[in-house]
Design a protein around this ligand. Sequence first.
Ligand code: 7RM
Length: 635
Amino acid sequence: MSNYHIKHLEEYYQVYRKSVRNPENFWEEIAEEHFVWRKKWDTVLEWNFSKPEIKWFKGAKLNITENCIDRHLLTKGDKTAILFEPNNPDEPAKHITYKELHQQVNKFANVLKSQGIKKGDRVCIYLPMIPELTFSVLACARIGAIHSVVFAGFSATALATRINDSECKMIITSDGSYRGTKTIDLKSIVDEALENTPCIETALVVKRTNSEISMKKGRDKWLQPLIDEASNSCEPEIMNAEDPLFILYTSGSTGMPKGMLHTTAGYMVYTAYTFKNVFQYRDNDVYWCTADIGWITGHSYIVYGPLANGATTVMFEGVPSYPDFGRFWEIVEKHKITQFYTAPTAIRALAKEKLDYVDKYDLSSLKVLGTVGEPINEEAWHWYNDNIGKKKSPIVDTWWQTETGGIMITPIPFATPTKPTYATLPFPGIQPALMDENGEEIKGNQVDGKLCIKFPWPAIARTIWGNHQRYKETYFSAFENCYFTGDGALRDEVGYYRITGRVDDVIIVSGHNLGTAPIEDAINEHPAVAESAIVGFPHNIKGNALYGYVILKETGESRNQNNLRKEINQIITEHIGPIAKLDKIQFTKGLPKTRSGKIMRRILRKIAAKDTSNLGDTSTLLNPEIVEDIIKNVL
Ligand code: 7RM
């Protein structure tokens, strides 16, 4: 029996039982057999969820890029590592082999060194989905610098906040980016951000769009001339298992975004092992994940997991709607994609278009379909299954988080029978639990509760950058000795899990996690706004859209409401980015509040969803009369 490659259901159960009975043996075997180490570990696992402190493979030494690149050179040097599909379908795709990837990463790593970047320094990466994004991520890992990739759709303010929080010394960006018919002036967003980031010493600029940009003397440097000069050999920095690999920011329900810190060995082992099994990757497959590397899905399942397995991984620069809604399926046919991994929001957007866009293309290369990011509704699941998978490619509905580093609850294709809207069974090594209101574990099947994980797995984030206390409070304080996910879930009669959504104030819009607090903070900066509350409401493409309740100051009451709405969305765009814009804005005289002054979002959510039949007991509110008023004026 091979633990590494699970092929049928009985094998899954055997492997799973073993992983729970003796987790350390289980992970040790996988780590021994499938990776290259400069030195083996002294202990497999040391952990304490109440401190909290988690250490995997302590004492081991390695470099993750040696595992993702160098070790494949002998047997797979000429195999395509990265298949780059540009925004413009008339621009040729690029096949970057493992040999070329090795040279590009080494050169880039030497450029970082020549610019004074050392082990442990933080480097912010703000790039579109072009090969240099992957090169720069791996170049950081090569020399032990900590990368912090910021999604290139974020605004200057959001970028500056993230740069300052982790005190990045360098930013890597481009002159511009292509998105469908648009060219975005990325560098000027960076210029604006860098006005408020004293820690940045250097900006490296990749040429992509040939846009006119300004280059600040002494700070900004074009990448290409530096690459041309750099040597293509760079010895990997030998890292300790628990040395930081990267920081990735994710929104919380309150306050600043959280800089989740992932470390080296455990993250590598877990992303590689999950990639192999969840996508059943075989040697000649061409795997495509449509996420952006700016999110955890891109880190784990475009870059590290696939490359650690010597896979061919596709990077797509564009959008699903350009030049038309058939683009994804055109790419599937063109590159004979075998595994396709996307988000429910993309599926819903494509499902509302004519089927001709799908039927024009030959999708027979597909073997496995995946989804991630939010619960997939039944309708979207069936559309995907019928029209893309032709009822023969299993759909893996993969539940996981930025914090978990890798996939946690998922079917294993061809082993686990799938069930629409269910992420099904825990991956080997994952011990989920459902908790009730009193913090007790709910045993048995056909139950629902708050989803926790009882035992560490190798890819769990180790801390929040600069704020271990917040890490402890957010994830390890709600339930004793458990990691709390923030999600609710139910377990059906055979033990399958269905994730029902967040139980906190995080709203998932088109697969992006948005905290309500930072959006409210942005709105409240408008001079006419007194107070605001944001809730999510169901939206048939985005999954959830944002609904804002806004109380105006007296001075704002005479203003044109549509102008105000535009200005509010403008402020949100500046502070967070266009993904956080509100679909609906209702002006109101008050908000329902508890006596301690907490806004009752539960009530606002129901009103926004037009579901006011059962609002629960409102008599304990400070101001129960406001509820009727809000309902009367709902949009
Ligand atoms: C990978 C990623 C995490 C949150 C998570 C859930 C939701 C993700 C699923 C899902 C239902 C899924 N990381 N979520 N996958 N909900 N089914 N298959 O998305 O940090 O950006 O978001 O996303 O609420 O807590 S994330």
